[in-house]
Design a binder for this molecule. Structure first.
Ligand SMILES: Nc1ncnc2c1ncn2[C@@H]1O[C@H](COP(=O)(O)OP(=O)(O)OP(=O)(O)O)[C@@H](O)[C@H]1O
Ligand SMILES: [Mg+2]
Length: 294
């Protein structure tokens, strides 16, 4: 990568020991970085390890092996100083599929969005705080009339917007969005992805973006990583990946994608992927910025 990454996974392994004889290798040696201001999409079939990568980047897990570095400081473990840890908690924010459902039902939208300011000791004058909350509401397409409402009075889309406003108020540098649109109506999904794109362009934060809908990931990402069985099998700039997929798994994944073009849709051939294939051991740069596991 040309630019210095803001966050980086280095040979990250995240294994879960289920019993004495069984360990799930959810993430099994993944290396990639996200540059400042870059949106990195992560795709792959269910269970391939995307959410585990997201959680490891957010510092929720201690890696089994390897490390996650935020501005060159490990996000988990005891190496970071108190100050550094606080900075990371403030600057790395998450939006998950269930973020909307996890909002405290007894707090108003205003209180929910304001809460991080208190948690991170970013409180200033009351009037300032109020102004900031209204500003955040505006960013996510809600107005001041929502301040006094409770989550129970909102639609799913409005709740997710509230969760996004809450994660933005601490002025994060890195957003980890794991299926932030999964539980929503299709019509609202597009709105929320457009909102993320707009906010990202306005605020310039970096973002890890995970979604099942490949067209959404294509729309928002600068680069995309393709995961299979806990490994990254291909990384490339977005359009390069769609135009020249190289790894057989990526080719298969993209071939199964629906395209809103009836003529193309008719000719579309789904390419099979042979799952018994051994995965390679090294990411090799096959074209400029385009890496393939082989
Ligand atoms: N805390 C955990 N304990 C045990 N196994 C886990 C844990 N978290 C994830 N796994 C397992 O690790 C593998 C990867 O899971 P993960 O949730 O990261 O996949 P994913 O790519 O996000 O899938 P999906 O697209 O369905 O969200 C799965 O086999 C899952 O069952
Ligand atoms: Mg997941």
């Amino acid at each position: 990568m040309e630019k210095e990454p803001i966050i980086e996974a280095r040979n990250l392994k995240q294994h879960f020991r289920i019993s004495d004889s069984y360990t799930v290798r959810a993430v099994d040696g993944v290396s990639f970085g996200i540059a400042r201001g870059e949106v990195f999409g992560l795709v792959g079939e269910t269970g391939c390890g995307k959410s585990t990568v997201a959680r490891a980047l957010a510092g929720i897990y201690k890696p089994t092996e390897g490390q996650v570095l935020y501005e060159s400081v490990p996000v988990s473990g005891k190496q970071a100083s108190r100050e550094q840890r606080k900075k990371m908690q403030r600057e790395i924010q998450t939006v998950f599929q269930d973020s909307a459902a996890a909002l405290n039902p007894r707090m108003t939208v205003g209180q929910i969005i304001m809460e991080p300011l208190r948690i991170y000791h970013m409180c200033s004058e009351k009037a300032d705080t109020q102004r900031k909350v209204v500003e955040m509401l505006g960013y996510v397409g809600l107005d001041a009339t929502y301040l006094k409402k409770y989550p129970g009075e909102l639609s799913g889309g409005q709740r997710q917007r509230t969760a996004i406003a809450r994660s933005l108020i601490s002025d994060p540098k890195m957003i980890i969005a794991d299926e932030p649109i999964a539980s929503m109506d299709i019509s609202i999904q597009a709105q929320i992805v457009t909102l993320f794109q707009h906010l990202q362009q306005e605020h310039g934060f970096s973002m890890l973006f995970i979604a099942h809908d490949l067209s959404m990931v294509r729309f928002i990402s600068d680069r995309i990583g393709v995961m299979l069985k806990g490994r990254l099998v291909e990384i490339a700039p977005t359009e390069e990946l769609f135009e020249n997929p190289i790894h057989p798994y990526t080719r298969s994944l993209l071939s199964a994608m629906h395209v809103p073009d009836p003529i193309y849709e008719k000719q579309r051939k789904v390419i099979d992927y042979d799952r018994s294939r051994e995965l390679g051991s090294e990411l090799v740069e096959r074209r400029e910025g385009h890496f393939v596991l082989q």
